[in-house]
Design a protein around this ligand. Structure first.
Ligand SMILES: Cc1cc2nc3c(=O)[nH]c(=O)nc-3n(C[C@H](O)[C@H](O)[C@H](O)COP(=O)(O)O)c2cc1C
Length: 344
């Protein structure tokens, strides 16, 4: 359980405040072992929140209950609060999940639970708890429509994997061009991490300005005192649409963020030129990808040709593809223009 002095920033921060990309005031979460291959029951449900205020404080209470009850039973879970809705993804032994769902369904803090995914498959959440808050103008009715659509598909026996269900409900494609696409999931997703500083957030802000598209702010936290920002922007990129997601380095410590790694075409690494920091970043991404069914290729952006060979060697040692691109990673336009041909 968390002591009062260890309350995460997520709980203390009020909605609408600008997130800080990296918050060094809280201790880092210990390394989590790579996911073990096992088939478990996986459920995703949406429910309408009845919490009138203090959403963060309630999420904190649910977290401490869940860590106490779920962890000994082998249940991992991710909980989102967005636009007056809860979205929860649970994984674990089937009987245990059923009993837990019965208890949670009786909780007066929400109502009208709708299952949108139920399957058996590999465990994708490799830690007991993740929580997320999305700050956006998404109306509760818009969220409700997406839930109804996925619910109908689920009842028709047609369902995507849990990360795709989560993405369609929480972060659907915002760009109007999305409606022109036959398959709304068919768009390129790229994660950006900087070896030092907040260059990934600057790059995403620059892309949003360049394409005149809104920036979406999210915050993520795990079981420990992690509280990190992750912003994204959607924009047209040739025939397809692109989503570029800035992730704070410590965000890779949150199980929900790690579960989405196979979802990305590339991880763009904004290198600093400092060998230790750059190596740490490659190792951090590689550790987060370990044991995943598929891993994104790494695209390292750095101004000096010499820095790429040792990073490529480390990446290959972890079974990851690596391509080095020569550009000033501190300059968003230079970094993006150099990397883009290898992304689309
Ligand atoms: C949306 C939502 C999700 C919840 N998820 C869990 C959960 O995963 N595990 C859990 O033990 N309690 C969860 N709870 C809380 C339970 O409903 C219940 O309040 C709690 O387990 C009671 O245990 P306690 O009295 O020991 O804290 C959730 C509540 C809500 C509103």
């Amino acid at each position: 359980m968390l002591g009062a002095g260890a309350r995460p920033q997520l709980i203390q921060r009020k909605a609408g405040l600008r997130p800080t990309p990296e918050d060094r005031r809280v201790p880092a979460c210990p390394e989590v072992p790579p996911p073990v291959e096992e088939n478990v029951a996986r459920i995703v449900y949406a429910s309408q929140s009845l919490i009138a205020d203090s959403v963060y404080a309630q999420m904190e209470r649910i977290r401490s209950s869940a860590l106490r009850h779920n962890q000994p039973l082998g249940v991992s879970t991710a909980l989102l609060h967005q636009s007056g809705w809860f979205l929860q993804w649970k994984e674990g032994p089937g009987e245990v999940l059923r009993a837990l769902m019965e208890r949670v369904a009786r909780d007066a803090r929400h109502h009208a639970l709708r299952i949108v995914h139920a399957s058996r498959g590999p465990r994708l959440l490799d830690g007991p708890w993740s929580m997320a808050i999305v700050q956006c103008d998404d109306a509760p009715e818009a969220f409700a429509q997406r839930v109804a659509l996925l619910r109908r598909r689920h009842e028709d026996g047609c369902q995507d994997e849990p990360p795709a269900v989560w993405r369609q409900l929480s972060t659907p494609l915002g760009h109007p061009g999305a409606e022109r696409q036959a398959d709304p999931s068919a768009f390129t997703r790229v994660l950006v991490c900087a070896a030092q500083g907040a260059g990934s957030f600057e790059l995403v802000r620059w892309l949003a300005r360049r394409h005149g598209q809104p920036l979406v702010h999210r915050r993520l936290a795990g079981a420990c005192d992690l509280d990190v920002a992750t912003d994204y922007v959607d924009f047209p990129a040739g025939e397809r649409l692109a989503r570029v997601i800035a992730m704070a380095r410590r965000g890779l410590g949150v199980p929900l963020a790690r579960a989405f790694l196979p979802d990305y075409a590339r991880v763009l690494l904004l290198l600093s030129g400092e060998a230790d920091a750059d190596l740490r970043l490659v190792r951090r991404v590689a550790a987060a990808c370990a044991g995943r069914p598929q891993a994104p290729a790494l695209l390292g952006v750095g101004a000096c040709a010499d820095i790429h060979a040792p990073l490529a060697q480390v990446a290959h040692g972890f079974g990851l593809a690596y391509r080095g691109v020569l550009a000033d990673s501190a300059e968003p336009s230079a970094a993006w223009n150099a990397a883009a041909p290898f992304i689309h």
